[in-house]
Design a binder for this molecule. Structure first.
Ligand code: JJW
Length: 448
């Protein structure tokens, strides 16, 4: 038996996002977001699922906080629905929307659970999309207006903030690959969106320093890990290009004040130009207090002429994958963290998301999701290795507290440590919930 033990300082948490859990899409003055439009357009989401009802957390938040309390965690990461609190995208606040988050925060603080707010978890108000969305620089100012309003409303009670979640997904997956809202397939649009998201991040950080001087703010890029298939230069190069797209494109501007030249050139060869205005990179590269990493998967990568813009083909290391088809590569988690620390220095890191999709159902009142427990053990072991290697990890947040609306995959793909019956909204704690509770309480687990 082997024991993995963490220090008392490491914070533990769980994460969710507004559109994935709240439901109440048409209640109390919330306006539609791009995800309402996208999910209601046939063909975009598996089984025609939408976030109209989701987990109904808008009404059941007190029950959800009880599950958090019993879990014994330190931090709950959730996101604010921009269109719920500011239905016109800019301008006046919707009191009912603000009250929902105020009540949630109050409930969390009652049990000493620290709130961590994500400002943008992909649900842009549709009214702003109608004016060009993130392709339009005006959305940078709109985001800042919304962010400032939230800092003023909640900055006294909430000290942990994240500006943008997974900018790669919100730009390239959404505007180049067309898989997420708004569902475009336009490289130029995606490049513009990526830069505007980062600029919006920088501008909001600047406002935060004025409005919440005692708080901490960061952003949460997602990345997988591509390990070169062989030491051959062509495999190394292919992986470098693949990682540049996920990592350096979204992190060099923040930590080095520049975009990777090699990638600017590759985009140019595909007729997409990076448009930067004066002052953008200064805004983007302001110091942040931490960054979040969302890690799920990784592969070996090798050169293949036919494999897209970056000529990198992914080869799974073994045949195990989670129920969403993502290869399991816990070693990549360690390698990614170590590499990030070497590349960007000792900026504190939260693991803002890590978890696994397994679609177990309820049997005799139980959900036996041993595979999820195994996945968490493997990844927490990698995390422990990274901590041992000197990477400054502040906390680990599991994705997700609840099964929820998994974007283009709909409700079929389940990431929760709590099972949701999407007809009755009944919550059932999975075996992984009890395992995580035990791990959080003891700061350790056993590998047998
Ligand atoms: C990539 C796969 C084609 C969320 C992707 C699809 C198809 C070339 C999970 N993280 O629900 C990445 N998630 O809201 C945030 N992260 O393309 C939180 N990334 O490629 C979770 C989906 C994702 C993806 C999904």
């Amino acid at each position: 038996m082997t024991t993995i033990e963490f220090s008392k300082e490491l914070k533990w948490g769980a994460a969710t996002a507004s559109y994935q859990i709240e439901g109440a899409a048409n209640e109390d003055g919330r306006s539609p977001s791009i995800w309402d439009t996208f999910s209601h357009t046939p063909g975009n989401v598996k089984n025609g699922d939408t976030g109209d009802h989701a987990c109904n957390s808008y009404h059941l938040y007190k029950e959800d906080v009880q599950h958090l309390k019993d879990l014994g965690i330190d931090i709950y990461r959730f996101s604010i629905s921009w269109s719920r609190v500011m239905p016109e995208g800019t301008g006046s606040l919707n009191p009912a929307g603000v009250a929902y988050y105020r009540n949630l925060i109050t409930e969390l603080l009652k049990y000493d659970i620290e709130p961590m707010i994500t400002l943008y978890h992909w649900d842009l108000p549709q009214v702003l999309q109608d004016k060009g969305g993130w392709e339009n620089r005006a959305t940078i100012d709109a985001f800042n207006e919304y962010a400032e309003a939230m800092f003023k409303e909640f900055g006294d009670q909430v000290k942990n903030w994240i500006t943008i979640n997974e900018p790669w997904c919100a730009s390239f997956l959404s505007n180049f690959l067309g898989i997420h809202a708004p569902g475009k397939k336009d490289l130029q649009a995606a490049v513009d969106v990526s830069h505007h998201l980062l600029t919006a991040h920088g501008k909001a950080v600047q406002s935060f320093r004025e409005l919440v001087p005692d708080g901490e703010i960061g952003y949460a890029p997602n990345l997988g890990w591509l390990e070169p298939f062989s030491p051959a230069a062509e495999d190394q190069d292919a992986c470098r290009r693949g990682m540049l797209w996920q990592k350096e494109w979204f992190m060099d501007p923040v930590f080095k004040g520049s975009y990777p030249e090699e990638l600017i050139q590759i985009f140019k060869e595909h007729d997409a130009v990076l448009h930067i205005e004066e002052g953008d990179l200064e805004l983007i590269s302001q110091p942040i207090d931490f960054y979040g990493i969302n890690y799920y998967t990784g592969s070996l990568g090798r050169h293949n002429d036919e494999a897209g813009m970056f000529q990198v083909e992914e080869v799974p290391l073994d045949y195990r994958q989670t129920d969403i088809g993502w290869p399991i590569y816990a070693d990549g988690f360690y390698k990614a963290l170590k590499n990030l620390n070497e590349t960007y220095g000792d900026v504190p890191i939260y693991i803002t998301e890590n978890g696994a999709c397994y679609n177990h159902g309820v049997e005799d009142g139980k959900v036996n999701d041993q595979e999820r427990i195994d996945y968490l053990k493997q990844h927490l072991t990698s995390l422990h290795r990274a901590i041992k290697a000197g990477v400054p990890i502040k906390g680990y947040l599991v994705w997700s507290l609840l099964d929820n609306f998994e974007w283009a995959e709909g409700y079929e793909k389940r990431f929760g440590i709590i099972h949701i019956n999407f007809d009755t909204f009944e919550r059932t704690r999975k075996e992984s919930y009890y395992w995580y509770k035990n791990t959080v309480e003891n700061k350790r687990f056993e590998i047998t």
